[in-house]
Design a protein around this ligand. Structure first.
Ligand SMILES: Cc1cc2nc3c(=O)[nH]c(=O)nc-3n(C[C@H](O)[C@H](O)[C@H](O)COP(=O)(O)O)c2cc1C
Length: 255
């Protein structure tokens, strides 16, 4: 049996996890955020992780997940999706797993549309097209139980400077953990609350209320049909929204 744990704001990582799962026998996919709420002893032989790169490392929200994970797989893989630069994300994954006595056997990056610096629709589509053969090769390699951690690299720059400067910029300049909605555009549909992977948004009187568990995934901003949500200083507009076209809103909200 196999299990893939994923975290995804706009669907790239969920799509990648689904493609890999299709190539494996008896493979289920589970949200990392659900595991944080209901941890259990993982008995599967093959265990995989798929998540995005944030600020040249793993999303800090997932530290909780890697702190509590309880597994002894015979084969373990990790795949990160990203706009273009992983920094030290895979190394961070390897280090976090080794603290739990889990050896990473296979690790890869996939370049997909960036949900931070959102490009035009046609650029997103061509990036998705280019990503597909990469995802297919990763799926085949994992199905064959290949060993390959050549992309797990220490990059001193990111270790000493990159990730901390990145997060300082995000928090203090862009203030991305502060989410505001444009009340004039918001119609109170509640989709932001449904897609939020951490349950950080609660609807009160047909208006979203944002609390203190933001994972910085931008799901609320990108899935809002009214483009009514801006994250920190980042305005939300139709041409600045991105969600993976192969992932439905239902899949993002099914919890
Ligand atoms: C807060 C934030 C920080 C990001 N930082 C990086 C980064 O350092 N390097 C990179 O290549 N992409 C970065 N991205 C882009 C995402 O990693 C990429 O779009 C990913 O595929 C999104 O996955 P998802 O659709 O599963 O949420 C960032 C995105 C967000 C929201």
């Amino acid at each position: 049996m196999a299990v893939i744990f994923y975290f995804s704001g706009t669907g790239n990582s969920l799509y990648t996890a689904k493609c890999i799962a299709q190539g494996l026998k008896d493979c289920r996919i589970e949200r990392m955020t659900e595991y944080i709420k209901n941890p259990y002893k993982i008995e599967d032989d093959t265990v995989g992780f798929v998540c995005p790169v944030y600020c040249f490392t793993l999303p800090p929200y997932l530290h909780k997940f890697f702190d509590i994970i309880d597994a002894e797989p015979n084969y373990c893989f990790g795949v990160v999706t990203m706009g273009g630069n992983q920094g030290r994300a895979l190394l961070e994954l390897k280090e976090r797993l080794s603290k739990k006595n889990i050896t990473l056997n296979y690790a890869k990056t996939v370049v997909m549309p960036d949900n931070f610096f959102v490009k035009e629709n046609k650029d997103c589509l061509s990036k998705l097209e280019a990503a597909q053969p990469v995802i297919d090769e990763i799926s085949q390699s994992i199905a064959l139980g290949k060993q390959d951690c050549t992309e797990v690299k220490e990059a001193l720059f990111w270790k000493k400077l990159g990730t901390s400067v990145g997060w300082w910029f995000m928090r203090d300049v862009l203030r991305i953990d502060q989410v505001f909605e444009y009340s004039t555009r918001c119609v109170g549909c509640g989709i932001c609350a449904q897609v939020c992977p951490t349950g950080n948004i609660k609807m009160k009187g047909k208006k979203p209320n944002f609390y203190f568990e933001c994972a910085n995934c931008f799901a609320c901003k990108h899935w809002c049909p009214q483009h009514a949500i801006r994250v920190g200083g980042m305005k939300s507009q139709l041409d600045k929204s991105y969600t993976n076209p192969f992932i439905s809103l239902k899949e993002m909200t099914n919890r």
